[in-house]
Design a binder for this molecule. Structure first.
Ligand SMILES: [Mg+2]
Length: 192
């Protein structure tokens, strides 16, 4: 069995979940990151939370950063959002991402998928290929959830290893998921 940890950033409105970016790490050492050039960037730009938390991690051009005072803290923030940098090879059409992610998962035998609070991530991942019935061979029909395993082991969420940087960068989040998932496995091995 091979474990694949992943994370998606997405735009969701209560009806649809649209891929923005995807990060995947595999226990065999491979990694994958892509940004969906087909995302509705006009809607993303109207979404305050995404612009604040996700957008700064995406490949951008024409953007500007500056020191901004927030409460008692001064932080480096985007002062001009710029646009998605389509010259960056990580920015790809959705159908290309679907093919590459399929190949990434199929390259490993007996895959187990893991994510954190992963219900929406699983749906958005599976919809890369269309309907549930269109799921490519070798892609699991469910994603194991770090939070479910945490609860099963009787731990609180704030007892888990904390992410030091890059939160809401899909690849940084996927790497952190791998760290936490392995840490949970160690806790279980210690107690059983
Ligand atoms: Mg994330």
């Amino acid at each position: 069995m091979t474990v694949i940890d992943y994370d998606l950033e997405f735009l969701e409105d209560g009806r649809h979940i649209e891929l923005i970016s995807i990060g995947i790490v595999c226990d065999d050492g491979r990694e994958y990151y892509a940004v969906n050039s087909d995302a509705d960037w006009d809607r993303v730009k109207k979404h305050h939370w995404l612009m604040h938390n996700v957008w700064p991690h995406l490949p951008l051009r024409g953007h500007k950063t500056g020191l901004v005072t927030v409460g008692s803290k001064t932080e480096v923030r985007l002062t001009e959002p710029g646009v998605i940098d389509t010259r960056n090879t990580q920015v790809k059409p959705r159908w290309v991402i679907a093919n590459e992610v399929r190949d990434f998962i199929q390259a490993a035998p007996y895959v187990e998928l893991w994510a954190n609070y992963g219900a929406y991530d699983h749906v958005a991942l599976a919809q890369l290929w269309g309907r549930m019935i269109d799921l490519p061979e070798g892609v699991p029909m469910f994603t194991c959830d770090i939070q479910q395993e945490r609860a099963r082991l009787g731990l609180r969420w704030d007892e888990l290893p904390q992410q030091e940087s890059g939160e809401h960068n899909a690849l940084a989040d996927a790497r952190h998921n791998q760290t936490v998932r392995r840490w949970l496995a160690e806790q279980e091995a210690r107690t059983s």
